[in-house]
Ligand binder design. Sequence first.
Ligand code: IVH
Length: 690
Amino acid sequence: MDDTPDALPDDEARLVELRALIAHHNHRYNDLDDPEISDADYDILMRELRGLEELHPELQTPDSPAEKVGGGVSATFAPVIHRVPMTSLDNAMDGGELDAWGERLLRGLAGQPTSFVCELKIDGLAMSLRYEHGVLVQAATRGDGRVGEDVTANIKTIGVIPHTLQAVGGVTVPEVLEVRGEVYMPLASFNALNAAAMEAGEKLLVNPRNAAAGSLRQKDSRITAKRSLSFWSYQLGEVVGGPEFTSHHETLEFLRALGFPVNPEVRQLSTVAEVAEFCAGWQEHRHDLDYDIDGCVVKVDDLAQREQLGFTSRAPRWAIAFKFPPEERTTLLRDIMISVGRTGRVTPFAVLEPVFVGGSTVGMSTLHNQDQVALKDVRPGDTVIVRKAGDVIPEVVGPVLSLRPEGSEPWVFPTTCPCPLQSELVRPEGEANITCIEVGCPFQRDQRIIYFASRGAMDIEGLGERTVMQLSQATRADGTSLVTTPADIYFLTVEDLLQLEGFATVSAERLVAAIQGSKARPLPRLLTALGIKHLGPSAAEGLSRAFGKLDAIMDAKEADLAMTEGLGGIIAASITRWFAVADNRAFIERLREAGVDFGNVVISRQPQVLAGKAVVVTGSVEGYTREEAEAAIKDRGGKSPGSVSKKTFAVVVGAEPGASKVTKATELAIPMLDEAGFAHLLDTGELPST
Ligand code: IVH
């Protein structure tokens, strides 16, 4: 048993280690513009350090990186001393920490009433713009908070930043005015730059923040000028002369009046509960914006109260950054493997040391194709940046080159299929994909069965990847496989399934029933399940409506197929080609033999009155579950996204609606409908007349 009274020696060693680590990462981020870890991973280290320092005040040192803001100053740009330091902010990582900050603050104000200004935390670079007598004389980065770098020439290329200030509408221009804010790269610019880089086979930019940082560090400001940077102002630095302010919101109005861009989403709120709602709302909607945000910044509005609250050694007590959960983390790329799809397409994918990012744990991520792997040059053993933004699938952004193990070699695409047949893989001239062309490839066969049973196709509950793999490996007493085509699943018996590991009578009976039940699926699903190239669900719908029965489609002339609504020559040709293959015909006959319904056309389809329209549902609508209300919209051709945007046609507001959706709809003047309005919309596709 360990009877050490306390763990001090361990903690001390870890403290020393953490300080060195953090100093190293500060240097990489601030001086080299080439971070090795994501902001989120950095925050984790910093929190651990602060935690240990709080636990052991005796071990605190004045030069601890926990006390410092940012990093050093490079030799490329001249140093600028900030007359008013550019401090950092303390972070709240969740609602609980935000509440705790609120409580500390209210205690500090000893019961005085207060209010807040809530802003977006722009994920860019802090900048201080100095105007003397209304002329922009200097622009400086934050640096270590005390000394930054002179990037005036580059900043002057940013169109939204005024070079001179005019006294308009009774606003006096102070003798000295330092405007602080964030330089950022809009997502549209970032995506355009990366598309061009991809086209040219050049290295991709990791994220908009790094891209903005790199753009500002250019020695040639003509390059910066091409990067379409932008700026939001949110704070004053040194001010000499000019109007007196009593609140933060007044300073923002003043900045706006002088022509500075002030973010339109800024809100004045009076309680911590409202602040929490603002933060939660933006956490959900962060991707509705054309720029990256990584949280919200909450500031006490009253400037006299700010004075009263003051600063800790590193940050103001009157403000806090509410940080969203990270969407980027760094992790180890354990391996790159390939998978074979149902059409034989071979896709490389990353096997990662599992990492929690963007709200879920990511252990695997597609690398798309050979060229993508080469472009990103990710190699097994690399530390890689993994990104999962919103609903978007996780992505390996690129390697952290400074952490690449010595002697590592570029990854080479395998030349043979990973299946037991090990057939040769081919990449046809001019194509991006590498394919396994072996007709009998067992991996392709498994994938065809998995696809056949999947949600969008025959939707067979319990017949997922694992069970299909088990089935395809199992044999009967006579040595034949249990399944070789998707049609074989209809002949499986409870006894067959009982020989598979993990199956007992009840689960085997349930799966057999689910398989048998799927025989009655509507024709569009059956058509989709066949896995004919280019034939997706909507073309399958069109075909079903036009032809009514599988046999009619099978026997139709290519020209007749091509006339069908929603279909063109390519799909028609693909269908004819598919049905001409003897094995495919045999597969269809086996489905017929199994008793699969070849003509179940759902006649009760709704008129597509909402085609192309997005209708958001919030709260509970009488007579519908959330899913039913959304299904009713989709059945009529509409979309039902989870958030309100400019593109939303209408918002259906039921009982206890989400406040952020209602607020957004109000702001954007999107029509809001009650239950009766919803019924009218479903009937006609139109808004009710008021
Ligand atoms: S106020 C003393 N407001 O976040 C207050 N900062 O973690 C100084 N940031 O260095 C900052 N959006 O680079 C403020 N609306 C906003 C912000 C913001 C982004 C950045 C800024 C700052 C960092 C603090």
